[in-house]
Design a protein around this ligand. Structure first.
Ligand code: MLT
Length: 241
């Protein structure tokens, strides 16, 4: 076990707002699928992911980004006229290189809301579990602030797949050199598949997304919110206090 670090877990928009008010280093987890989509899009060269809470706002904001794409979902499917849905696999393309993406989703962007520029908000999922754990530790040590891992949750209440992912992430944050709390991708996929949202995605035809989102450490990248959009974290960035 390495040096002790203060890390806690909670869920939903109020918890996130409180952690931001307290200046915590926040990791927002929506494993199915918004966190996984943001990580994948940035890993495939997207310039910035701009989260907005509503479909209407996304349609308005796109006029400020002539080379941007509209992405997101409602009830798992892309809203009318959007370029992309919220399937992380659809961002495995060079088409998005250097392009901003306006993203709106049912839970992640609603839970995120519009935090102040002073907030330190990272995005976590299995795809970047070790990288985000190390980044959160680094920022916590640098700013002397605790870490809050926040499950995005769902409009229907708790979100077991986000809580499971948050729990696995906390194991990596608390003891980055120790063994992970899971055996393999099969372990993770099983847990995601039996969740309420996992079953909904299967029924909606997105079962392959679940296996994609269950891959631990596919990417060495941590999205961080900077000037209203998520970009890959780098240690030479100016970090809000
Ligand atoms: C959300 O933010 O609610 C989601 O990521 C939903 C989804 O695309 O499955």
């Amino acid at each position: 076990m390495s040096d002790s670090i203060s890390v806690n877990h909670s869920s939903g928009p109020e918890a996130l707002a409180e952690a931001v008010t307290r200046n915590h280093v926040v990791v927002l987890v929506d494993v199915l699928r918004a966190s996984s989509t943001i990580i994948t899009a940035l890993a495939n060269g997207a310039f910035k992911i701009i989260p907005v809470p509503t479909v209407e706002e996304a349609r308005e904001r796109i006029y400020h980004y002539p080379n941007g794409f509209l992405a997101g979902e409602r009830a798992a499917h892309p809203p009318a006229g959007f370029d992309y849905g919220n399937s992380p696999r659809s961002f495995l393309t060079t088409r998005i290189k250097g392009r901003p993406i306006i993203l709106t989703t049912s839970n992640f962007t609603r839970t995120l809301g519009k935090p102040p520029d002073t907030a330190t908000i990272l995005v976590g999922a299995f795809l970047n579990i070790d990288h985000v754990a190390k980044t959160a530790r680094y920022l916590s040590e640098k700013t002397a602030q605790p870490i809050s891992v926040i499950s995005a949750g769902s409009m229907h209440g708790v979100s077991t797949e986000d809580d499971f992912t948050s729990y696995q992430l906390i194991i990596r944050i608390e003891d980055p050199e120790g063994p992970p709390g899971y055996a393999d991708i099969g372990d993770l996929a099983r847990e995601l598949l039996v969740s309420r949202h996992g079953s909904l995605l299967v029924r909606a035809g997105y079962e392959d997304d679940i296996y994609f989102c269950a891959q631990p450490n596919r990417y060495n990248l941590t999205p961080i919110l900077q000037d209203g959009g998520f970009v890959p974290f780098s240690s030479d960035m100016k970090i809000p206090k």
